[in-house]
Design a protein around this ligand. Sequence first.
Ligand code: GTP
Ligand code: MG
Length: 250
Amino acid sequence: MPETATTSPAEAAPAAKDRALRLGIAGPVGTGKSSLIASVCRALSEELRLGVITNDIYTDEDARFLRSAGVLDPERIRPIETGACPHTAIRDDVTANLMAAEDIERDFAPLDVVLIESGGDNLTATFSPALVDAQIFVLDVAGGGDVARKGGPGIGRADLLVVNKTDLAPHVGVDVEQMVADATEAREGRAVLALSRTDEGSVSALRQWVLTVLAAHRAGEHIPQDPGPMAPHFHADEDHPDGGYVHSHA
Ligand SMILES: Nc1nc2c(ncn2[C@@H]2O[C@H](COP(=O)(O)OP(=O)(O)OP(=O)(O)O)[C@@H](O)[C@H]2O)c(=O)[nH]1
Ligand SMILES: [Mg+2]
């Protein structure tokens, strides 16, 4: 009888700490998720081996933006067209994203960090801990100083909350310190970072945060947290008799 392989699937899959840190970036449309990824790539691509996966509903625009920014080898930036509400692909059925992460990790092995950008969504979208090891939720000052206080699973319990585009604060009448204080309170002390791509100190704090989470991941000390499911929400649908429907992704 020929010898057969005895490796079980559990043995075949590397332990989480032995593969790249998978880091999710979520937040409402236009808050600066792609720009944040560009900043992380600029700050870390010389010392870490990075990959990026973007999720868009109908386009590959985010991937094209990042490729044209010249922050990473274009081959290391892969788009997924979700074709449905973006939170579905990061929370409910993460198959496409998991396969993309495994593919990019295999093609460029070994990678240190894979950044996964969610499609821009409403305030309640979160990543499943089955897909990412850690997640950043991005708000911006232009969305209003009150947003951080309003809470929600991503704002309240993502590993890091970013208050982005602080350079715009004087133009939109937002007090950044107050917004950060409100966010810190809503998050019961979890990490909050005021960020602007024009403020080197803030980009360097973001870089340090990524390195710290990566070190904990490598040491097997980082435990992925689930911020919780998104709230029931409304989708416009012209084929539906009422013009839309409410559903829950719990
Ligand atoms: N002033 C300022 N503008 C910024 C900053 N970061 C991003 N932007 C601008 O904000 C807009 C949206 O940025 P993106 O990075 O595309 O935002 P996004 O969250 O990826 O957008 P979607 O993927 O469409 O949801 C662009 O015009 C950026 O140039 C910042 O720190 N300061
Ligand atoms: Mg984007």
